[in-house]
Design a protein around this ligand. Structure first.
Ligand SMILES: NC(=O)c1ccc[n+]([C@@H]2O[C@H](COP(=O)([O-])OP(=O)(O)OC[C@H]3O[C@@H](n4cnc5c(N)ncnc54)[C@H](OP(=O)(O)O)[C@@H]3O)[C@@H](O)[C@H]2O)c1
Length: 337
């Protein structure tokens, strides 16, 4: 294969998982502040499937064909002229756009050395989940020792790190998941609630912080379990700060932040762990041979109702705002006109 091309999984039109095809594509070249990475594993996120399906196309149109992927791990192949932190041959992980390919470029500031005890596949699943959870738990909710924290979607790609970070800060953590993941949630150190059998609002009271990764009705039912002046932070859409006012609590949204050195330190000290048993955090292990079959399988898996993006198409079109109630919804529509 020439240095100008590579194998990549990409799509030429929006649609179901079947639009993803394995084919030759131009190999990206690193700019001065970038590294070229030989991708060994690419993380799979709900947003990959949402972008492929065209949910974001109204406000984030893609230039097709598009190579999906937000995060990955691999080996530095070449570094741009301004990059001093990384050398060719070094194992790295981080935000790697277009990671469903043999090669991808990333800003040197967006990747970190891969902790030695994590495989490339494990490391590829960490950046998005851990850094969004960091934003929600540490930067936005500012969780403190002794607080009670409820994490919705505690077994998910973001939730599993939200639980661990809240535990690290010394909080008492309660996590919702399906029953099959209860044991996993308990293994992270949280009390587990099966959302299929137990409405959490019937058993949870007086929490200081709700970290929501699900959205919709889960947010609606969460206001009542918060202490006065408690805070609900969602990552599943945008929530206006005033949404909590009627309930005497605070509301906020969080998204991915800049790569956080302390996350890498926590990983290195094994305070924060990737759990191989976790079904939601997955990666394609490309190894030496790129294959489209596992990519199809992972995108197919995200068709399951509970693995769908938490917001529906209508909500995406409304600009990522969770439809907290009808009044909120009308307000958004009005502003758009
Ligand atoms: N704002 C951002 O920058 C950002 C970044 C990353 C993700 N996100 C969004 O955040 C959401 C979650 O992402 P993710 O990567 O964590 O997804 P994920 O790995 O698919 O996990 C979602 C979890 O939600 C759980 N769940 C589904 N219905 C539930 C309910 N009614 N109550 C409690 N838990 C429920 C599922 O639990 P079970 O598996 O146990 O059924 C699943 O593990 C997605 O919408 C994603 O697009 C936003």
């Amino acid at each position: 294969m020439s240095n100008l091309t590579m194998q990549a999984v990409r799509f030429h039109e929006y649609g179901g998982p079947e639009v993803l095809v394995l084919e030759q594509a131009p190999r990206p070249q690193p700019q001065a502040d970038q590294v070229l990475i030989r991708v060994l594993a690419a993380g799979v996120n709900p947003a990959d499937a949402a972008m492929r399906a065209g949910y974001f196309k109204e406000f984030m149109p893609l230039t097709l064909p598009w190579v999906p992927g937000f995060e990955g791990a691999g080996i530095v192949q070449a570094a741009g002229e301004n990059v001093t932190a990384f050398q060719p041959g070094q194992g790295v992980f981080g935000f790697v756009a277009g990671g469903y390919a043999e090669y991808a470029v990333a800003a040197a500031s967006e990747v970190q050395p891969k902790p030695a005890h994590l495989t490339f596949e494990e490391a590829a699943t960490v950046p998005m989940g851990a850094l969004v959870a960091w934003q929600a738990v540490i930067e936005t909710a500012n969780v403190q020792t002794g607080q009670r924290v409820l994490v919705h979607g505690a077994a998910g790609g973001v939730g599993l790190y939200a639980v661990q970070l809240a535990k690290w800060k010394g909080a008492h953590v309660i996590g919702t998941s399906s029953g099959g993941n209860s044991e996993f949630v308990r293994s992270l150190g949280a009390e587990a609630i099966d959302y299929n059998t137990t409405p959490f609002e019937t058993v949870v009271r007086d929490v200081d912080v709700v970290v929501d990764t699900v959205g919709g009705q889960v947010i609606e039912h969460s206001w009542q379990v918060l202490r006065p002046n408690g805070i609900l932070v969602t990552i599943a859409g945008r929530l206006a700060p005033e949404a909590g006012l009627a309930h005497g609590v605070r509301a906020a949204s969080a998204g991915r932040g800049a790569p956080e050195r302390r996350v890498v330190e926590l990983l290195a000290r094994r305070k924060l762990t990737f759990r191989a048993t976790q079904a939601a955090a997955t990666a394609f292990d490309f190894g030496l041979q790129l294959d489209v079959e596992p990519v199809h399988r992972e995108h197919q898996r995200r068709r399951r109702p509970h693995a769908q993006p938490a917001l529906d198409v209508k909500t995406f079109h409304d600009g990522w705002r969770v439809r907290v109630n009808q009044r909120e919804h009308r307000k958004v529509r009005h502003r758009q006109r």
